[in-house]
Design a binder for this molecule. Structure first.
Ligand code: NAG
Ligand code: NAG
Ligand code: NAG
Ligand code: NAG
Ligand code: NAG
Ligand code: NAG
Ligand code: NAG
Ligand code: NAG
Ligand code: NAG
Length: 496
């Protein structure tokens, strides 16, 4: 049975209007061709963001997540807002927790969420080397719960069905059609059970051989099986570089014919410290914006991997801006996300190639183990989110500026008004009691795409970017890999 709190019903009927100081609504974002657009104004939406997972991208235990404690959120959203971001990416959440206060505060600050549906907990991710062992009904139940839990918030921008699952030769052989099956299942679940068709994508490790073939493999085929957008984790601009020396020109060229939205799901090489985020100017240039819709800097908190913008004290929860926070806020303040160049859209390739270089391009996907869940909805007690009245807009935690001064006014500025009586995003129908499914089941999801076929983005892999950038990328990927695997991949790179 689906979980509904009585407050949902009350909010829907009682016309409790709550307007914050801002005036604009937080409109949903949808996809139009190869860009994200504001669903009301039609303006293209460029992601100016930060990866936000205190503890690191692979750090997570159920019972708490980055959006479950209002006082922590008020601390971090204050800092994120002053950094100038419009989007955060979160890598893991617990769908049984309540995220309403944090999501409402994020929305009022004008910040969207890109959410990975997996966690590092066994049974809640796909094993990259033996995906058939973890592609189970219980696994899909988990990711569907995450989608349900966050579906009621306008500022849920998109879901990542996987992050860097394919990052070595073993996973490139074993996993592509399983990741695509997860994409298919999540999209079918959303179509059948969730009011808004929230986009589903994949976030790729930027391993050079895989760059072009993997992106093409995920883009092609029946609409029900292709990703809606694609993220690239790229650490190739390190320190003082140019568009050319960092090979951003190659990056743009490699994806120039891509037909769906694309962005840097992680950037911010730390080989040269302190970081100056010179690449921000390049990312928000017309040359880049035609192909890429912005990006997300890795990462908000300082962890052992040394990418932090902010120090969080483990003893008292106080936060202090680091040098990189100041540098990034300066860089983000110097660019605009409006008026950037966009290009015309071409049709998505509805047929896949028969094979792809370096990866197993099998386009026959495994059958879903969760056909009943996809058709009928979940029978789990996840916490279905909705906007609520904000009670904590100023954190109790101490915040220090970079110069050591304590911040006195820690209030989040409510630039957007969140009308909590607007339940338009919330599906009020309890499908667990409906007798028959009206939607497609994934086995029939190989239906035709309405767009006519275009050319598959093929194009050969570019020459290698600097091996230091590649290794930086691998070190980042290593958070999610065993030490032996990392070593093997580094050896592979160095001795290739
Ligand atoms: C949600 O977005 C829709 C447009 O997609 C908009 O009409 C509505 O007002 C928004 N709701 C809130 C609470 O901002
Ligand atoms: C913050 O401090 C106020 C005043 O001391 C207290 O009433 C409130 O419960 C605290 N809030 C949180 C979330 O700890
Ligand atoms: C995959 O194997 C080839 C051939 O052994 C090697 O050149 C390449 O570096 C490997 N790629 C990765 C990502 O390990
Ligand atoms: C952040 O924490 C590190 C390690 O504790 C410390 O060396 C550094 O000075 C701190 N930086 C700031 C700006 O607080
Ligand atoms: C393609 O994948 C499907 C589903 O996992 C599998 O049944 C089939 O044997 C694979 N085909 C090839 C040629 O490996
Ligand atoms: C749904 O869950 C309830 C409580 O756990 C259980 O009694 C019921 O049999 C489940 N229904 C289905 C269709 O699985
Ligand atoms: C939102 O609030 C911040 C912090 O006060 C402010 O600097 C910024 O200009 C506001 N943004 C918009 C879009 O109104
Ligand atoms: C489902 O239907 C049964 C029988 O009509 C009803 O007793 C139950 O309350 C319904 N459950 C929900 C969640 O609406
Ligand atoms: C992009 O498309 C153009 C025109 O069809 C083609 O000449 C070019 O090679 C393609 N580039 C890539 C990287 O596929």
């Amino acid at each position: 049975m689906r979980f509904f709190s009585t407050a949902t019903a009350l909010a829907a009927t009682a016309a409790t209007l709550f307007y914050a100081s801002g005036s604009a609504a937080i409109n949903t974002i949808e996809i139009s061709g190869r860009y994200f657009v504001d669903s009301v104004t039609g303006e293209p939406f460029f992601i100016k963001g930060v990866d936000y997972q205190p503890g690191g991208s692979s750090s997570f235990e159920s019972g708490a997540d980055p959006l479950s404690d209002a006082d922590v959120c008020a601390r971090d959203i204050y800092l994120l807002q002053n950094l100038g971001v419009n989007t955060v990416r979160i890598y893991s959440v617990d769908p049984t927790l309540n995220h309403d206060e944090c999501m409402t505060l994020l929305a009022s600050a004008g910040i969207y969420l890109i959410l990975d549906v997996n966690t590092p907990i066994y049974g809640q991710y796909l094993d990259r080397w033996q995906p058939w062992t973890t592609y189970t009904e219980a696994y899909l139940d988990h990711i569907f719960q995450v989608a349900e839990a966050f579906s009621g918030y306008n500022n849920t921008l998109a879901f990542f069905a996987g992050n860097e699952v394919i990052n070595d030769n073993t996973s490139a052989e074993a996993s592509p059609n399983y990741v695509k099956a997860v994409v298919r299942d999540l999209k079918a679940y959303i179509t059948n059970n969730i009011k808004r068709q929230i986009p589903v994508g994949y976030s790729a490790a930027d391993v050079l051989e895989f760059r072009v073939p993997l992106a093409a493999y995920f883009e092609c085929g029946p609409a029900g099986e292709a990703v809606d957008f694609y993220g690239v984790n790229s650490y190739q601009w390190c320190g003082d570089q140019t568009f050319k020396s960092a090979e951003y020109d190659v990056l743009v060229e490699d994806y120039t014919n891509y037909t769906i939205p694309l962005f840097l799901s992680e950037f911010g090489c730390n080989n040269v410290l302190p970081r100056t985020f010179q690449e921000v100017g390049a990312i928000f240039s017309n040359e880049f914006s035609v192909v890429f819709s912005g990006g997300l800097v890795y990462e908000y908190t300082q962890e052992s991997s040394n990418y932090g913008l902010v120090n969080i004290s483990s003893s008292d929860g106080s936060a202090q801006e680091r040098h990189d926070y100041v540098a990034l806020s300066t860089a983000y303040a110097s660019v605009t996300t409006t008026g950037l160049a966009t290009g015309s859209a071409t049709a998505r390739p509805t047929t896949c190639a028969t094979s792809y270089a370096y990866i197993n391009g099998n386009t026959t996907l495994p059958d879903t183990p969760a056909a009943t869940l996809i058709a009928d909805g979940l029978n789990s007690t996840y916490n279905r989110g909705k906007y609520v009245e904000i009670t904590v807009k100023s954190t109790n935690y101490t915040i220090y500026a970079y110069n050591g001064d304590e911040v006195t006014d820690k209030s989040v500025t409510e630039n957007y008004s969140i009308d909590i009586s607007d339940a338009s995003a919330i599906d009020q129908t309890d499908k667990s009691n409906s007798s028959a499914s009206t939607g497609d089941s994934p086995s029939s999801s190989s239906g035709s795409d309405t767009s006519s076929g275009g050319a598959t983005a093929t194009g050969s892999a570019s020459s290698a970017t600097s091996s230091s950038a590649a290794i930086a990328n691998l070190v980042r990927s290593s958070e999610k890999m065993g030490a032996t695997a990392v070593f093997a991949v580094i050896l592979g790179l160095v001795f290739a």
